[in-house]
Design a protein around this ligand. Structure first.
Ligand code: ATP
Ligand code: MG
Length: 139
């Protein structure tokens, strides 16, 4: 698909370890344009709103605790086929299963602390972009 936007987050584990710039470099090297980016910390309630689709999962408490445990870099990325291509660049949710060369293979330590988030479909990308960015931040 031509010039599509997706949403990504550099998660607290990667920010804490000082991997933010290296992850951004991988993203740019793969041809993504960084349309907008910010650094912030979110509350547990804000993390719960973001990951509401997982509310019934057993790991929901752990996930939202972790996502609110320190600064993150939410960002909007753009390229052809951005949603699928970012998922490919990220690698499998569990870094132990991530392909060589992927961001999670290089920078993630466990299924819970896996360095990066990426939207999985057009509708979730739209929701997630709107959760963190106002229209005037996306020109
Ligand atoms: P993300 O949505 O963060 O990009 P994903 O799409 O690869 O990751 P999801 O199935 O959407 O994976 O799960 C969301 C997040 O919940 C995962 O990134 C991971 O950090 C956490 N998670 C998923 N499964 C487990 C699990 N079995 N145990 C602990 N945490 C998990
Ligand atoms: Mg997901």
């Amino acid at each position: 698909m031509l010039s599509q936007r997706t949403f990504s987050i550099i998660k607290p584990d990667a920010v804490r370890k000082g991997y933010s710039a290296a992850i951004l470099a991988e993203i740019e090297k793969a041809g993504f344009k960084i349309v907008s980016i910010k650094r912030l910390s979110i509350s547990k309630a804000q993390a719960e709103g973001f990951y509401y689709v997982h509310a019934a999962r057993p790991f929901f408490g752990e996930l939202t605790e972790f996502m609110s445990s320190g600064p993150i870099f939410p960002m909007v990325l753009e390229k052809d086929n951005a949603i699928a291509d970012l998922r490919k660049l990220m690698g499998a949710t569990n870094p132990a299963q991530a392909e060589e060369g992927t961001i999670r293979k290089k920078f993630a330590s466990s299924i819970g602390e896996n360095a990066i988030h990426g939207s999985d479909a057009e509708d979730t990308a739209a929701f997630e972009i709107g959760y963190f960015f106002a229209g005037h931040e996306l020109k």
